[in-house]
Design a protein. Structure first.
Length: 397
């Protein structure tokens, strides 16, 4: 078999697959190593396993070229000198970093790595993880160049942003810096060089900053709502033609597989446990409970009511339900005595029902994800909770 220019471990996921397609589109011979055979079968059939702008067309164009190979076996790593590791990095039950996934990954790849290979960690990690992986590979007698090049994409816009955003190359040796820069230079027009720990912190700070901004927006919403003020008007007054407030986001569920987790990793890293981040977590994670409590007050309890949730993905126009606060909202509403019916045009979940059913059966609607599909939706006179301000109407809680 011919050598491959790069193999992406975890190459069938939301981060790994767009990266694999972008590398292949740049002319590289790319191996996708993923443990999910079902996902690999989908990709081989020309079907994207999730929504990503432009990916369906790119996959259809790349497959016939032969520049994309798929495997569920670690042996594919033996055919390359460059490996990019893209694996989920959860926090544990104590909201601290979990190294188990990297211990497992080292065990997976070590028997197949070529001597002198370049190994690039791509997923957001706890500071010091790159050095931790380097140590564990060295203990196994593996001489490799190691770098941390964090993904910086917004899900759904990966293919565009892989080419347009600067790439951070975190490395502690000149050889690793040069090799990782050359690899990602096939995509990014600009690279920024740091140490591995600087790059690890840069990624955590970026996600935590976004999470904290969302928390400020949600706290402002709750303050205004409790005062009986329409926050939509307040936000318009703040931002309209006023550049110093242009970066204040609107309120809404701040969720997904990254922002909460990465804020908690930063809290675990610092000796004071990062009280600003902890407060942001309490605000963002508390928003579903705020909505439920407000509905209970408004209707003197929720027993016997049917409440519909529009949108179960963690953000607009996505099919990704991971860590979505819409599911937390559903659970809290059920505990409060309501019957809850949920729908989403993109999320695959047998527990969901149709939009028509939700509109027909619900006494109250809650917008969980502001999908474009819901813009201009005929509500039919029902009360609507729309903290996003996406539907142009909504009750004050």
């Amino acid at each position: 078999m011919n050598d491959l220019d790069v193999v992406v471990l975890g190459g069938g996921g939301h981060v790994g697959l767009p990266l694999s397609l972008a590398f292949a589109d740049a002319g590289l011979r790319v191996g996708i190593y993923d443990t999910s055979q079902a996902t690999l079968d989908q990709i081989a059939a020309g079907e994207m396993p999730f929504r990503e702008n432009g990916a369906d067309e790119l996959l259809a164009r790349i497959l016939p070229t032969g520049r994309l190979e798929l495997s569920a076996s670690g042996e594919i790593l033996e055919r390359t000198d460059q490996v990019v590791v893209v694996i989920g990095t959860p926090v544990d039950e104590f909201l601290g970093p979990s190294m188990t996934v990297f211990e497992r990954a080292v065990g997976q790849i070590a028997p197949h790595l070529r001597r002198g290979a370049l190994v690039v960690l791509r997923s957001t990690v706890y500071p010091g993880t790159t050095a931790y992986v380097a140590q564990h590979l060295a203990v196994r007698g593996l001489d490799v160049d190691l770098a941390f090049c964090p993904e910086r994409i917004a899900e759904g816009h990966a293919l565009e942003e892989l080419r347009s955003l600067p790439q951070i190359v975190g490395a502690d040796t000149e050889a690793a810096t040069v090799r990782a820069t050359a690899l990602f230079g096939t995509l990014a027009a600009e690279t920024i060089h740091t140490s591995t720990k600087e790059a690890e912190l840069a990624k955590l700070f970026t996600n935590t900053w976004r999470y904290m901004k969302f928390a400020v927006a949600n706290q402002f919403f709750m303050i205004a709502d409790q005062a009986g003020i329409d926050y939509t008007n307040v936000l318009h007054a703040i931002r309209h033609n006023y550049p110093r407030a242009a970066d204040l986001p609107g309120p809404g569920f701040a969720a997904g597989p990254c922002l909460f987790k990465d804020t908690m990793q930063l809290a675990a890293f610092t000796s004071d446990h990062f009280p600003l981040g902890q407060s942001a977590m309490q605000v963002n994670e508390g928003l579903p409970a705020y909505i439920v409590a407000a509905l209970q007050r408004r209707y003197s309890g929720l027993d016997g009511m049917t409440i519909g949730i529009l949108g179960m993905a963690f953000k607009a126009d996505s099919d990704d339900p991971r860590a979505s606060l819409s599911y937390k909202l559903r659970k809290l509403l059920q505990w409060a005595g309501a019957r809850v019916v949920c729908t989403d045009p993109y999320v695959r979940d047998e527990r969901l029902t149709t939009l028509e059913c939700v509109l027909e059966e619900s006494n109250v609607l809650v917008l969980g994800a502001p999908h474009r599909d819901y813009r201009g939706l005929a509500i039919g006179g029902r009360d609507v909770v729309d903290i996003w301000g996406a539907l142009g109407e909504g009750i004050r809680l």
